[in-house]
Design a protein around this ligand. Structure first.
Ligand SMILES: Nc1nc2c(ncn2[C@@H]2O[C@H](COP(=O)(O)OP(=O)(O)OP(=O)(O)O)[C@@H](O)[C@H]2O)c(=O)[nH]1
Ligand SMILES: [Mg+2]
Length: 1026
């Protein structure tokens, strides 16, 4: 295409867009090396393949030997163009897996044959599933089974069989989940329109996805550059055994045996007692022999192999003293890895035309257009565009559509072509003096893109039907340049067609992280990508020299754009907060900032860990507790300074299942309650994206809430159906009383409206509230405030009722403030339910003569007082009810050889970890341990683990859930036993909860109660035994 026509300009059926996905260190980049070397072009010399790790071109990647970003390279193989994207396996960079998957049609799923399926294997498969990619399996590091674990061929076969089985199990779990939800929605009549019929058909069969017989499984050793599918062996043996290739294909995997006498392939029954499956006999045993022979220096055997397979190995290589080199020379010629993999890619993975037809329902979910359409023709054109994407159409009249999955920064000097022109081109990027320019990593889904073309840039929120109000989600921009990506290298092209991957220059000002590009404004934007985790590790950053603040700000802005996952915010205290996915990610961000983007020296704070606050307690029977407060005793009462409003608050613990639902549904709640806050989506669990795009959020949430409540009722009243039924009715009543959620109107805390029976007391009037949230959630039809003023008031205190109604919002505000900052250390509350009874009485006039009621109302002073009083009362109520600190927990998967179990447990126990499961991995000396580790204890965890186990143990952390610390932060010995055990309290050291709380309070500048030793010399042990 450099000269106008083209490199990537294959027919569309000769293009494959694939990514390599796997758990960290399973060998993705090593495999990529071989494919690149085989494709020629001279970028990787075949001898160095597997060792240069070409796709890890960043210094930091080479230094740490892990991949940190996804990058793409265009390969040519047998008239085909293969766009290969190497992705990172480390969880800190899992967002890069999402961006890679979005642009690909197929995936090579790698699994280390020794380590087996790991936590990220699950995650990447899920990603693959969500994005509707077609996967193939590569079982890597087979050499380790021979040389490291010293398994026999039969043992190795069992192991491989198990891994294939396990991976199939994961996919079928996703399948049935999808299948079930499809059926559910069909039954519920809500239908996931459009895609439904098709998906039901697709997933009807129970056939395993990965089957060596189908040719989509490869056994490989990426390090030494060999690999094979059973087809390679079927072809080798077909003539020798006198069987057809197809018959052998079916027989070389699974319980099939060869009877040498009859020369028949038989099942288990026909096989003799000591028979080995054909895969063992014909595939693994020869491999083992070659390996063992070669490693023992058995020249005769090596030559026999060379002769019988007619290999041409240069004698120079055979004479090498290093047996490994000889082995590699033979193996890579006998079973070349790149051929095995690339031929599988071409055979089993779809071309863009087939893939887009299948992926369309995920890329651009079918839109149900209801109601009035603003303009004629908009829907028609949008649908036409969608059709073009579905068909991967090219042609002059076809609208162009492309999707940018991330922006990446390239040093300007790395850009090819006329430098002057490029520099000018980027002068308008807004960062005029910067040495970095931003390119968009994109895939063209329909039409043809030209350098210099103007396109519309649509954000995910854009809707062509909403006309004018959508202006901020659509921009027009010029694509200044187009490049083909060759790893780090870029190749200028003038145009590129649908089905190709390109880097686009000139969009730096227009796109922050991802976007849809289209030649028409009447186009539905692509659905957003699903990310596995949210960035949670936060630190505050400031320049070492305050004068550099400008440079820091600019640097942060660039970093925010260059890294698809980082989040840059300014905290309420004015700090610049950087949020990253984990330690490794954070370290790289800080390094990038220092060396590339800001180029000043920086101070980085210790991680800012978030906590929450809750209370202890059996989840009380909320039904009983929602009665009128004045008839109970455990409430907190506070009065406004002017004495006009008395606030009674009671706090209860919410059902854990309900808390969880509210926590996880923050995105739905944003929709339903209609909050307009930019930061609302950052709950712990935005990680589980809903794959059902087209459902009514109210129904979904309502069902989740009712399920949570019912689950709880059933588990409590297993054998008393009647009672369970009664409880359910009561619960439905309670759910009609939700006045607000907090904090920020969507949090996991509830405010209930007070019991109406509390109404009539003397001359005071209750602020009754109104169950807005229940109404939004569809638990009540209408919360009916209409009767309040008119009916219930005599004219005398009608004003009072009016006041009460006005003050409703003050009560809510007080509740919001309290739930956003609890009494322990100003962290948000979690899983609490409040009942607030606020009563106002008429103005008595004696408080302050200079102030008339009108004046106080006028300045909103009274309303303010009510807010403050409600807030104080809520916080006091929490403090009185055994407050507890809640911390975020990581789920941690550790792998360690048996001899390092001791040190590993030592590290775990130092970090307050809770071990869930430990399991010996069958047939290998590895232990897999699952544990929960508090986020606050996780910093430096991986490093410490590596130090103590000489690098043998590895750990991956995934954010899991919130958990309350059982300790009482204010523990003072009271009972006799406690006093006996802990003394009178003066010598009790603060417990963990207290230490954490104090640390947060110190950071926030809140008062901390500290014991200061005043007379050190006089200290002595209190419990002296004489
Ligand atoms: N023994 C053996 N080692 C291998 C094989 N393939 C890769 N390795 C080694 O495994 C380590 C990790 O390889 P990489 O290719 O960097 O793994 P990766 O999957 O790209 O890792 P990330 O990108 O960080 O997730 C390197 O030390 C490789 O040399 C293999 O077939 N056999
Ligand atoms: Mg890698």
């Amino acid at each position: 295409m450099e000269d106008g026509s083209s490199d990537g300009d294959c027919d569309r059926d000769r293009i494959r867009n694939i990514c390599i996905l796997a758990h960290v260190d399973h060998g993705k980049t090593t495999l990529a090396d071989h494919l690149i070397a085989a494709a020629g072009g001279g970028v990787v010399h075949p001898k160095l393949a597997g060792r240069v790790r070409f796709m890890d071109y960043l210094d930091e990647e080479q230094r740490r030997a892990i991949t940190m970003k996804s990058s793409s390279i265009l390969l040519r193989y047998r008239d085909h163009a293969v766009n290969l994207i190497d992705s990172p396996g480390h969880i800190d960079f899992c967002s890069e897996v999402s961006t890679a998957a979005r642009l690909s049609d197929g995936a090579l799923l790698l699994v280390d044959a020794v380590e087996g399926v790991h936590i990220q294997t699950h995650a990447v498969l899920r990603q693959c599933w969500i994005e509707r990619l077609t996967p193939c399996l590569v079982l890597n590091k087979l050499d380790r089974l021979i040389t490291e674990l010293k398994l026999t061929p039969s043992e190795a076969y069992t192991r491989l069989l198990r891994i294939v089985h396990e991976v199939n199990g994961i996919v079928s779990a996703y399948k049935s989940e999808k299948y079930l939800s499809d059926v559910d929605s069909l039954l519920a009549g809500t239908g996931t329109t459009g895609s439904t019929g098709e998906t039901l058909e697709d997933y009807d069969d129970n056939e395993d996805v990965f089957q060596p017989q189908k040719g989509n499984v490869i056994f490989a050793c990426a390090l030494d550059g060999w690999g094979f599918g059973i087809r390679e062996f079927a072809e080798i043996y077909a003539s020798k055994l006198g069987a057809s290739v197809n018959a052998l294909l079916r027989a070389l995997w699974g319980p099939r045996y060869f009877n040498p006498k009859t020369k028949m392939i038989v099942g288990k029954k026909g096989a003799g007692p000591n028979k080995k499956p054909m895969f063992v006999q014909f595939v693994l045993e020869p491999l083992w022999q070659v390996y063992q022979g070669a490693l023992e220096g058995d020249k005769g055997l090596v030559e026999k192999v060379i002769r019988s397979f007619n290999l041409s190995v240069p004698p120079r290589e055979l004479q090498n003293k290093d047996v490994k080199v000889v082995l590699q020379a033979v193996m890579s010629r006998w079973l070349p890895l790149s051929d095995a993999v690339l031929s599988m890619v071409i055979r089993c993975l779809p071309d863009p035309v087939a893939a887009q037809a299948f992926r369309i329902s995920r890329l651009i979910p079918k839109r149900e257009v209801v109601g009035d359409v603003v303009e004629e023709g908009v829907v028609e054109e949008a649908e036409k565009t969608r059709k073009a994407v579905e068909g991967c159409d090219i042609g002059d009249e076809v609208p162009c559509v492309a999707f940018v999955s991330k922006m990446f920064a390239v040093p300007v000097k790395m850009l090819p072509g006329q430098r002057g022109q490029v520099a000018n081109g980027y002068g308008d990027e807004g960062e005029g003096d910067s040495d970095e320019c931003f390119l968009a990593f994109a895939r063209i889904f329909s039409g043809v893109l030209y350098a210099g073309q103007r396109v519309f840039v649509l954000s995910a929120l854009y809707d062509p039907l909403k006309g004018e109000s959508m202006q901020k989600h659509i921009q027009e921009a010029e694509m200044k340049s187009l490049y083909l990506m060759m790893g780090q290298g870029l190749k200028v092209v003038t145009s590129a067609k649908a089905g190709n991957l390109v880097a686009i220059g000139g969009l730096g000002q227009h796109i922050l992280k991802s976007a849809t590009l289209s030649s028409t404004r009447n186009c539905w934007p692509f659905s957003s990508m699903a990310f596995q985790v949210a960035p949670t590790l936060r630190v505050a950053i400031e320049p070492s020299d305050p004068a550099d603040v400008g440079a820091l700000l600019k640097g942060l802005r660039l970093l925010n754009r260059a890294d698809p996952f980082v989040e840059v915010t300014v905290s309420s205290r004015g700090e610049h907060v950087l949020a990253a996915a984990g330690e490794v990610h954070l370290e790289r961000c800080v390094k990038d900032l220092k060396e590339r983007f800001a180029k000043v020296s920086l101070e980085v704070s210790p991680p800012l860990v978030s906590y929450k606050e809750t209370i202890e307690g059996e989840v009380l029977n909320v039904m009983e507790n929602l009665k009128v407060l004045s008839r109970r005793s455990d409430y907190v009462e506070k009065t406004t300074p002017n004495g006009r409003c008395v606030v009674r608050v009671q706090v209860m613990k919410l059902l854990p299942s309900l808390t969880k639902v509210l926590d996880e549904s923050s995105d739905l709640l944003v929709d339903i309650i209609g909050v307009k806050s930019g930061q609302t989506l950052k709950s712990l669990e935005t990680q589980r994206p809903s794959i059902l795009e087209n459902e009514n959020p109210v129904e979904v949430l309502k069902k989740r809430i009712l399920d949570a409540v019912e689950g709880d009722i059933l588990s409590r009243n297993e054998d008393d159906k009647d009672h369970a039924e009664k409880c359910k009715l009561k619960w439905l009543k309670i759910l009609r009383r939700i006045w607000a959620l907090g904090p920020r109107q969507i949090g996991p805390n509830l405010l209930f409206t007070p019991d109406i029976k509390a109404e009539s007391t003397g001359s005071s009037v209750l602020i009754r509230g109104c169950s807005h949230v229940s109404e939004r959630l569809g638990f009540v039809a209408d919360c009916g405030t209409s009767d309040s003023v008119a009916e219930m008031s005599s004219t005398a205190n009608q004003a009072l009722y009016m006041d009460a109604e006005h003050l409703e919002s003050s009560v809510i505000s007080g509740f919001q403030l309290a739930t956003s900052a609890g009494p322990l250390c100003d962290e948000p509350m979690w899983g609490l339910a409040f009942v607030v009874e606020a009563r106002i009485s008429p103005f008595s006039g004696q408080n302050d003569e200079s102030e008339t009621p009108q004046q106080s109302e006028q300045y909103g002073i009274f309303a303010g007082q009510v807010i403050a009083t409600v807030k104080d009362a809520c916080r006091a109520a929490v403090l009185q009810n055994k407050p507890r600190l809640v911390e975020a927990m990581y789920f941690c998967e550790l792998n360690t050889p048996t001899e390092y179990l001791g040190p590993m447990y030592a590290v775990l126990s130092r970090r307050r970890a809770r071990v869930l499961k430990e399991e010996m991995q069958e047939g290998s000396p590895f232990f897999t341990v699952h544990a929960y580790v508090p986020v606050s204890e996780s910093f430096g965890f991986a490093d410490e683990l590596r130090r103590w186990t000489s690098g043998a143990a590895s750990a991956l952390l995934v954010l899991s859930h919130w958990e309350a610390l059982p300790e009482d932060p204010f523990f003072v010995p009271k009972t006799e036993e406690e006093i006996e055990e802990f003394g009178d309290g003066s010598s009790v050291l603060p417990n963990t909860a207290r230490k954490l709380i104090d640390a947060v309070r110190r950071r926030k500048g809140l008062p901390v109660e500290e014991k200061v030793v005043q007379h050190g010399t006089k200290q002595r042990t209190l419990a002296r035994k004489v």
